[in-house]
Design a protein around this ligand. Structure first.
Ligand SMILES: Nc1ncnc2c1ncn2[C@@H]1O[C@H](COP(=O)(O)OP(=O)(O)OP(=O)(O)O)[C@@H](O)[C@H]1O
Ligand SMILES: [Mg+2]
Length: 258
């Protein structure tokens, strides 16, 4: 099902930040990564290893200092709707209803109202929020708001979803529900996803490949194939083996702790 294995192509990516003290800090050094069309890839690694910096460059929010990023054969230059972003914070308009949030991108493209309405109802259904179309974001739970955020970017028919710890602010139970939902949505839409998480379980549950990063400079330590059938069975031996393998890769070589 993977037509183009280099749908997203990241080559020789590097980024150095200069701190207020004048100290230069290599946040990302020489990262190469390709993500296939329809593929779900996660990045894990300790805090500060450069995960968000990479995602922000793919999003076009941060210029590439070294190297280049191409999506579907075109160089990434600045943010665009073809790369749909979902962060931990809910990026919804508080004064717009669920439907109006999901339809926003279509409205600004001046699409006909019938088309907007049918796209919105398709995505309301996909995220399981039928009956909440007229609710305002503050009337929803955190998990529901994050579903709306996902539908809002999917309604623009992006080439790719970029997700930076999207479930990081949710309680443990809601987070599990959202993992199940996202995996189901991905199986239905087969959008390419680049997903950042601190949770090894979440990465194993959702991904076809997991990129393990190391810090100073931020670089790829290893890329692990998660060759398990979808939907994933968290109680299976294979799942547990993968989790153990990834956890051991994240151990600090000096202290032996995470
Ligand atoms: N705008 C910035 N200015 C200066 N330094 C920055 C900036 N953004 C990030 N950094 C530095 O770059 C490094 C990588 O940061 P980044 O946010 O990419 O890490 P991360 O892997 O996403 O961490 P976390 O898991 O905590 O979210 C860190 O050392 C951070 O201090
Ligand atoms: Mg981050």
């Amino acid at each position: 099902m993977m037509e183009n294995p280099s749908y997203l192509s990241i080559r020789g990516l590097g980024k150095t930040f200069t701190a207020a003290s004048g100290h230069r800090h290599v946040a990302v050094g020489d990262v190469d990564l390709s993500i296939g069309e329809h593929e779900f890839v996660s990045i894990i690694g300790r805090s500060g290893c450069g995960k968000s910096t990479i995602l922000r460059m793919v999003a076009g929010l941060e210029p590439c200092e070294q190297g280049c990023i191409e999506l579907d054969g075109r160089q990434v230059q600045g943010p665009a709707a073809e790369r749909g972003l979902v962060f931990q914070e809910y990026a919804l308009f508080p004064w717009r209803t669920v439907s109006q949030n999901i339809g926003f991108g279509l409205e600004i493209r001046n699409l006909p109202k019938v088309e907007i309405d049918s796209t919105v109802s398709k995505f309301v259904k996909l995220i399981g929020l039928n009956g909440f179309e007229k609710s305002l974001p503050w009337e929803l739970s955190g998990g529901m708001r994050q579903r709306v955020a996902i539908a809002t970017v999917l309604a623009n028919n992006p080439k790719m979803l970029l997700m930076d710890e999207p479930f990081g602010a949710l309680d443990a139970q809601t987070r599990l529900t959202m993992q199940i939902e996202l995996s189901r949505i991905w199986m239905e839409t087969r959008k390419s996803v680049l997903f950042i998480t601190h949770s090894v379980e979440e990465a194993v549950y959702l991904s076809q490949r997991v990129v393990v990063m190391k810090a100073r400079p931020g670089a790829i330590q290893e890329i692990v194939d998660i060759d398990l059938p979808f939907p994933r069975d968290i109680a299976s031996r294979g799942f547990n083996d993968m989790r153990t393998k990834l956890l051991s890769m994240l151990l600090d070589p000096v202290t032996g702790t995470h």
